[in-house]
Design a protein around this ligand. Sequence first.
Ligand SMILES: C[S@@+](CC[C@H](N)C(=O)[O-])C[C@H]1O[C@@H](n2cnc3c(N)ncnc32)[C@H](O)[C@@H]1O
Length: 225
Amino acid sequence: MAPAELEERDFAHLRHQMVEFQLRRRGIADPKVLRAMECVPRHRFVSERVRWAAYDDEPLPIGLGQTISQPYIVARMTELLQIGEASRVLEIGTGSGYQAAVLAEIAREVWSIERHVELAVGAREILRGLGYETVHVVSGDGTLGLPEHAPYDGILVAAAAPVVPAPLPEQLADGGRLVIPVGDAFSQLLRIVIRTGGTFRERDLLGVRFVPLVGEKGYPSEEGR
Ligand SMILES: C[S@@+](CC[C@H](N)C(=O)[O-])C[C@H]1O[C@@H](n2cnc3c(N)ncnc32)[C@H](O)[C@@H]1O
């Protein structure tokens, strides 16, 4: 057997262990999410240098001071969105493209915004190489959302904001859900916002730690975190 083949088999084994021990045993129960996490080759979204840690229970560096989130957090945020095969989803903070691939395993269409052009280009290449044709990566400021393709059944923000950016709840479809870490550079709570008609209900869930959502007025600069 070619070494590359052996490696893929090893990674598949590590991925399965990750799903069983880090996700299922910690309460991730949605079969769609568990299947997506079992399918997406996380090791293809990180550099050679950290590849063998791809299925560890931690975030990993992806360059430019950014990270790919811990697998449990990716799964938990995806589960909270309650999306299905007809859903259209917006992600803010493409990073490596991994979370977008997980969303694409479940949803019909995924839009993803990344402010670092270099990361957006890299993610687009990896996603295309893996055949994720329903993911559209855009470079820009995600604090504004992506109104031209709204409304979305789910919006997932993968960076920490001091407050919920005002344009985002407005871009939810009726019944849609927004999941976002809200807080300062040191501690944040994962907030869920659910839209019903013109009403928005909010609930804070678990404590998390994300890199900051960087934007125009009122958001931290990358240097100031
Ligand atoms: C924790 S990383 C996201 C990880 C990513 N979801 C993945 O699967 O690899 C947060 C990302 O948000 C990006 N980001 C921060 N502020 C942003 C903004 N205003 N608009 C778009 N992307 C932003 C960062 O550059 C970084 O790549």
